[in-house]
Design a protein around this ligand. Structure first.
Ligand SMILES: *Cc1c(COP(=O)(O)O)cnc(C)c1O
Length: 393
């Protein structure tokens, strides 16, 4: 075999659906020496990480920890621990990640009750109430807070009372919302919530923070059957992350260093300041795209600050534009998924990636590239509209 060159990846500007750009302090944390996963120093660091996670999730839940695995592992952990064969789960499906939840519910032996909305739209409390009325004994209502496949932002403030009245738990996917816009687990009555590290937390992919309240823990404690996953069994994982410190699997040490540092950065910035930054940059991007004549794809009034989906104009070559952005400007943006493939681009402004300079660079690059494909718009309109939006906010 020929020798392989030393690793030298390009320094991309990551404006896709994740991973997002990572702060140098997080990369540095990952390059610091390993300790053992039961080293007193690591145990101390685990406790600090749990505290910091409670802060970003806005919760007092004692079971708040990072699962070893990406966001999907967080999704699977929540569902596999709550569900037993035959359990009914109302799943909101308005994009890729609702569909993924349905798949996992089925693999757990549960019965998904699919509640649909068109891609890019959200669910009303009435719709959720109606879906629950169709169930015999609903155990969980599962909703995606930030649908990364469409850019739609599901309101959650008024949902928990409806779900609880029906005797069910509210489970929320906050993978693309946590640390980018408010996720108030306790105030909103969310019972189970999970996220991922590589979106608005701006950490490499590899951990899935989650939190469960007492009601959810009761459900797990009352199980009649064993959790159908050894690796993701929360009762055992909790014994490692809790007082007992019982070995379950070797914690990914460097990833946990990274998450702790990323959470420290969130704490230093402050949640409100961080949310305002995401909002301001999204509004500037949205104004710029609109000025370029590119319509936004998600339902008006329910557009995420962390991911903006935009329609690709007729006659423009999706793949070519994205390749040019990557090759000429080092910028990654996301393609459409499922029914939106070839129809939209997905622009992530998550965590470290959500900056004014990234917004202005992308708008300018996009205008230039569209121009080479024969698309006509007033020169500089995108950047000018973004500047105006910044001046407003
Ligand atoms: C990215 C994402 C996931 C899955 O996370 P992975 O890290 O890719 O496993 C789940 N839900 C939503 C809403 C996401 O955006």
């Amino acid at each position: 075999m020929a020798t392989v060159d030393e690793l030298a990846p390009p320094a991309r500007i990551l404006l896709g659906p994740g991973p997002s750009c990572v702060h140098p302090r997080v990369l540095k944390a990952m390059a610091t020496p390993l300790v053992g996963h039961l080293d007193p120093e690591f145990l101390r660091l685990m406790d600090e990480t749990k505290e910091l996670l409670r802060f970003v999730f806005q919760t007092q839940n004692s079971l708040t920890l990072p699962i070893s695995g990406t966001g999907s592992a967080g999704m699977e952990t929540c569902l596999v621990n709550l569900l037993e064969p035959g359990d009914e789960v109302v799943v909101g499906v308005n994009g890729v990640f609702g569909m993924r939840m349905v798949d996992i519910v089925e693999r757990c032996g549960g019965q998904p009750v699919i509640m649909e909305a068109p891609w890019g739209q959200v669910f009303s409390p009435e719709q959720i109430e109606a879906a629950l009325a169709c169930c015999r004994r609903p155990k969980v209502v599962a909703l995606v807070h930030a649908e990364t496949s469409t850019g739609a932002w599901q309101p959650l403030q008024d949902i928990a009372p409806i779900v609880h009245r029906a005797g069910a738990l509210l489970l929320v996917d906050a993978v693309t919302s946590l640390a980018g816009c408010p996720v108030e687990v306790d105030a909103w009555g969310i019972d189970v919530c999970y996220s991922g590290t590589q979106k608005c937390l701006s950490c490499p992919p590899g951990l899935a923070p989650l939190t469960l309240n007492q009601a959810a823990l009761e459900v797990i404690r009352k199980r009649k059957t064993k959790v159908r996953s050894w690796y993701l069994d929360l009762t055992m994982i909790e014994q490692y992350w809790g007082e007992e410190r019982v070995y379950h699997h070797t914690a990914p040490i460097s990833m946990n260093y990274a998450l702790r540092e990323a959470l420290r950065l969130v704490q230093e910035e402050g949640l409100d300041t961080r949310f305002r930054r995401h909002r301001r940059n999204h509004l500037a991007l949205a104004a710029g795209l609109t000025a370029l004549g590119l319509p936004l794809a998600a339902q008006e009034g329910y557009r995420l600050w962390t991911l903006t989906s935009v329609r690709i104009p007729d006659g423009i070559d999706d793949v070519r534009v994205r390749r040019q952005l990557l090759e000429q400007y080092n910028i990654e943006i996301g393609a459409g998924l499922g029914p939106l493939r070839g129809k939209v681009w997905r622009i992530g402004l998550m965590g470290e990636s959500s900056t004014r300079s990234n917004v202005l660079l992308l708008l300018s690059a996009l205008e230039e590239i569209l121009h080479t494909q024969g698309y006509r718009c007033p020169p500089g309109a995108g950047v000018a509209a973004a500047h105006a939006a910044y001046a407003d906010s």
